[in-house]
Design a protein around this ligand. Sequence first.
Ligand SMILES: Cc1ncc(COP(=O)(O)O)c(C=O)c1O
Length: 223
Amino acid sequence: MLSLARRKAVLEMAVRHQTLIVEDDPYGDLYFGQTADDRPPPSLLAMSPLVPGSRELLAHCGSLSKVLSPGLRVGWMIAPAELLAKATMCKQFSDAHTSTFAQATAAQYLKAGRMPGTLAHVRRVYAERAQVMCDALRRELGDAIEFVQPQGGLFVWARLTGAGGKVSDGAVFAKSAIDKGVAFVPGAPFYCAHPDHATLRLSFATVGVEKIVEGVGRLGSAL
Ligand SMILES: Cc1ncc(COP(=O)(O)O)c(C=O)c1O
């Protein structure tokens, strides 16, 4: 997670080099911290007033997919007017527009004031799942894996260490995991250059804690 200082530095760099920044932020509201101290720093969008000229160089994208329902397919972009007009045209060319029924449903939901309660609920549920997954990974995979315990979001980003001669390639491990009936996404495709082939992205989004424990147990037997 980018620190407050680095977020500010990113905005300053955008202004210095007159470069557009896209802040792809569908997970920003999905933090697990309960107090102001252990919550993530504000978004670049929220911080942009601190850096004059940065707001005109920032496109901020959000989504209801991770906090309300992926099936709605409703998201948003906050961007300078000129860019927004071009993005709107691209969207029209690609799919005419996001379903008006889905947009109206989302608008009604937000207007009814239910989002804060939903956010509190999903933060609690995912925090528990993250904790259960991390505990199980430590127990079942030991020093064969390293990771930083997530403070939000839907995934554990992990790295195979190869300790004790165990598998150290995420794609190879993914195949043996599938043989044991559990799937994850190897990390390499997430890099734009110089991939680390030992990385993995493990999701705790969809299943409950019992299945998470079972899935990690299967990962342990696939090592
Ligand atoms: C970083 C990131 N940005 C954007 C999206 C897209 O979200 P949506 O479901 O709104 O298309 C995802 C979905 O997985 C994501 O992980």
